[in-house]
Design a protein around this ligand. Sequence first.
Ligand SMILES: Nc1ncnc2c1ncn2[C@@H]1O[C@H](COP(=O)(O)OP(=O)(O)O)[C@@H](O)[C@H]1O
Ligand SMILES: [Mg+2]
Length: 230
Amino acid sequence: MATSANTRPAAVARDLARLDERLSAKPAAHLKVNGLSIGYSTLRGRFHAVEDVSFEVRAGTNLGLVGESGCGKSTVVKALMGLLPEFTALSGEALLDGENILGLSDAELEPIRWNRISLITQSAMNSLDPVYCIGDQICEAILAHEKVSKAVAWARAEEMFALVGLPAERLYEFPHQFSGGMRSVRSSPWRWRSTPACCWPTSRPPRSTRSCNRRSCRASAASTSTCAVR
Ligand SMILES: Nc1ncnc2c1ncn2[C@@H]1O[C@H](COP(=O)(O)OP(=O)(O)O)[C@@H](O)[C@H]1O
Ligand SMILES: [Mg+2]
């Protein structure tokens, strides 16, 4: 199945070009979070992890949420992605292009999640299945959102790897054969090129930005612990 740009069948190259065109025509998203509060349900009662957080990410811009460990950065992002545990209390709103996505069901989030808003986890290994090769897992994600053949999805995966300097052959490898950084990289081009208009790499911030008041995430345009990227 390995192809290169030169050896690709014409039909695959044509469909790939159409897919590229469609995806690059997608506009960047605008995200506005207003008064977001989140309370986890615990054995000892409600734990208010996030209180009254508001921020805005204008289309095409980046925003970093900076704060000490445990101040609620990931909780904010998980709320936006609909990934919080059941019975978590949510209030406020998160408008993605004007539509409130806070508290939507999985079915309602289906067209949005991984498509308009996405997440690159800190431990990318957790999001990879050890028994499938990396290429199959990227293709699976592409095929879930785009009506293209497996050959086109694979060709797109090759393109995304090329973008980050990884040879196409490595798509046949398994997650344990990738370094931690490469596993994240495997997520990144897919998330970025397959166009989530908003995407949240979660990682440790540089030391200089690791300071903030507990419980209140401070939004900053500086570098990131959690950030939204077009
Ligand atoms: N599932 C959960 N149930 C109860 N409390 C949680 C849960 N997940 C996270 N927390 C708590 O919420 C707070 C914020 O966590 P988190 O959003 O992961 O912080 P950060 O990403 O800023 O390090 C922490 O005090 C953490 O212990
Ligand atoms: Mg976190």
